[in-house]
Design a protein around this ligand. Structure first.
Ligand code: NI
Length: 255
């Protein structure tokens, strides 16, 4: 078995400072065939590319997260464009809007998100979207620009998922589907077509049940797949197979 494609991980996180190389290096023997390491600012975009350089099965998404939008320096775009043009960068991400924490003012979040969507379109790259309690503004921008990509850790309703699918985008689901209060994402899982679902960890966060509280890594994905399989009426292996195929299609890879 080697069919775990983690479409959203943060191995650049300090949670992995102690054992990063050892841990990432051990993932293939634990069933992992592909990882997209998602950046949150310019520094982690570089770190993501470094990780991707070191490990064949790791690819990078470079971009500025809404939490960091306010810290973005003038003139960041040409630098980001250069990073996104690197061979192992396969997406612009993670980018989006977060109205739960509001760490950056909303108008700044929108501006930085919009600029990066335009960049992704210019480079013909998919985007990896973070949308927390900002569904309306996120959908407005996605409908305006119609980028390729995925909404990660999807937290919207089945109604919103329909709109996202209509735009041709993918839905990313992770450890949250195993949580007790996971009503909405499970409803979404039941209506997503087989060719539009991605699976992810968002590690070191979002550790699936029964390991909540522990540091997460890509090898925990089968627990998420098990839960998805249960509500989708199929098997965990099938979920891993189809999400692997979908990730390869979206990111133009053959892992
Ligand atoms: Ni993330």
């Amino acid at each position: 078995m080697n069919n775990i494609f983690d479409s959203h991980a943060h191995y650049d996180s300090e949670a992995f400072d102690e054992d990063r190389k050892e841990l990432v290096g051990s993932l293939p023997e634990r069933g992992v065939c592909g990882v997209i390491n998602c950046a949150s600012d310019m520094a982690s975009s570089l770190t993501s590319l470094e990780l991707a350089d070191e490990f064949d099965f790791v690819y990078a998404a470079c971009g500025v997260h809404p939490h960091e939008a306010e810290k973005c320096l003038n003139g960041y775009l040409p630098v980001l464009k250069k990073l996104c043009s690197e061979e192992k960068c396969v997406a612009v991400g993670e980018i989006g809007l977060d109205y739960h924490y509001d760490f950056s003012p909303r108008d700044v979040q929108i501006k930085i998100f919009e600029q990066q969507i335009v960049l992704a379109k210019e480079l013909d790259l998919p985007i990896i979207v973070h949308d927390r309690e900002a569904h309306e503004d996120t959908m407005t921008l996605l409908k305006r620009y119609k980028p390729k990509g995925v909404i990660h850790c999807f937290s919207g309703s089945a109604e919103m998922a329909k709109e996202v699918l209509k735009l041709g985008m993918y839905i990313g689901l992770g450890g949250a589907v195993t949580f007790k209060n996971a009503k909405k994402p499970l409803e979404v899982a039941q209506m997503v077509p087989d060719d539009r679902l991605l699976i992810e960890t968002d590690c070191p966060y979002m550790t699936p049940v029964p390991f909540r509280g522990q540091r997460c890594d890509s090898s925990f994905i089968p627990y998420t797949a098990e839960k998805l399989a249960e509500v989708m009426g199929t098997g965990a292996e099938e979920i891993l197979d189809l999400t692997r195929k979908n990730a390869n299609r979206l990111f133009k890879l053959e892992l």
